[in-house]
Design a protein around this ligand. Structure first.
Ligand code: PLP
Length: 397
């Protein structure tokens, strides 16, 4: 008798996921580096600079406290929640209830991934922006939900056209993801847009998940609003915030959900069955960041602003059609006529050894654009500009 061969196959749930965005670019990048090429990587949006010392010092204090060596409370440390409440109150003028409207997260990605499990039944529709952060789709699919794409078009300022969503979709829609300041387009939303979203949500019985991971990465005196500043928003919305991009803390895994108490309660229920809270020392450090980070943050933003100005003016001088972003550390640039996003990115990589991200990696509506991340030092941006200048004079003329 031949022995049965044991095979492990991907379940349908995982087969539905689109291929990992950066996999192919990553593979080619590693090949070039292995060949000894000097690759300028403007691809991934992950701050290059270290977490500031005042936050690291708080972490060290927290590590030395034995109370933090035990399981953290699911609801987060009361002191951390208090700091979130105060930070949010100062920043947006909204006072969240300490016990029912604030939930610390292991990064906002964790909240995005778990919210569909907390909020929808299999077959329910989730409205997701396209181009957009890939986890809106995968989180929905894990929960058995059906993603419905809201195209973000340049003609609408990269805001979704709520009036274009068909009635039969609306009937099944339970949640909507929105994300401003936006990754990848760097678009920002006004309070008027948030008002429209809140009215729409209340009318159609849809819960809103507002991903505000870039709310503090802003330039030229611009401040990003919160959806919770809209009267009545609390009835329908939860907002996700993150310390990752604001304080160079992507590796630490800390953020929070704030807003509707029923949504917070359901999310907490899912989380209590998945994780056991955030390491207390990390919460202690995150508290310090929110309490004392304001001035450091302002200085840090000037670094991105300088890089942005360097890159945008360099590209403009070569004839590229490009706008200086008001927020986020991304430039979202139209691909010159004659090639697809993927073709342009492959050419940048092969001919110039520059990594940029093809727009269609964020969804079909990202086709025709590519994304450049400014999380790299000035001299690397200058090097990239020099290489682009060598072959791409007047691409849009
Ligand atoms: C980076 C990013 C996140 C995730 O941030 P974490 O808090 O580190 O999980 C969420 N949403 C968007 C749009 C992002 O770009």
């Amino acid at each position: 008798m031949t022995p049965k061969i044991f095979t492990i196959e991907s379940p349908e749930r995982l087969k539905q996921l689109p291929p990992y965005l950066f996999a192919e670019v990553d593979r080619r990048k590693r090949e070039l580096i292995a060949q000894g090429k000097d690759v300028v990587d403007l691809g991934v949006g992950d701050p290059d600079l270290p977490t500031p010392d005042f936050i690291i010092e708080a972490l060290l204090e927290g590590v030395k406290n034995p109370a933090n060596h035990r399981y953290a409370l699911d609801a987060g440390m009361p002191e951390f929640r208090k700091s979130i409440q105060q930070w949010f109150q100062t920043r947006f003028g909204y006072t969240a209830d300490l016990n029912t409207e604030i939930l610390p997260l292991l990064g906002s990605k964790e909240g995005i991934a778990h919210l569909p499990l907390a909020l929808i039944n299999p077959g329910d529709v989730a409205l997701i922006p396209d181009p957009g952060y890939p986890v809106y789709r995968s989180g929905t699919l894990f929960a058995g939900g059906v993603p419905y794409v809201m195209p973000l078009l340049e003609a609408n300022g990269f805001l979704p056209d709520l009036g274009a969503i068909p009635d039969d979709v609306l009937k099944k829609a339970r949640i909507m993801f929105i994300n401003y300041p936006n990754n990848p387009t760097s678009a920002v939303a006004t309070k008027e847009f948030y008002q429209e979203v809140v009215d729409f949500a209340r009318k159609n019985d849809i819960m809103i998940i507002s991903d505000a991971a870039y709310s503090e990465v802003v330039y030229d005196g611009y401040t990003a609003p919160s959806i919770l500043q809209i009267p009545g928003a609390k009835e329908v919305a939860v907002e996700l915030h993150s310390l990752s991009k604001t304080f160079n803390m992507t590796g630490w895994r800390v953020g929070f959900a704030i807003g509707n108490p029923d949504i917070i309660k359901l999310l907490a229920k899912v989380k209590s069955n998945c994780d056991s809270g955030i390491f207390g020392a990390v919460q202690w450090a995150a508290k310090r960041a929110l309490d004392d980070g304001h001035d450091w943050c302002k200085k840090n933003l000037l670094i991105y602003q300088t890089r942005r100005d360097l890159f945008v003016s360099g590209m403009k001088n070569m004839g590229w059609s490009i706008e200086a972003p008001k927020a986020t550390f991304y430039c979202w640039i139209p691909v010159p006529p004659g090639s697809t996003s993927a073709e342009l990115c492959l050419r940048f990589l092969t001919d110039l050894n520059i990594v940029v991200t093809p727009g269609n990696g964020f969804g079909p509506n990202g086709e025709g654009y590519f994304r450049v991340s400014l999380t790299y030092p000035d001299h690397r941006i200058e090097e990239a500009l020099k290489r682009i200048a060598s072959t791409h004079k007047h691409p849009h003329k």
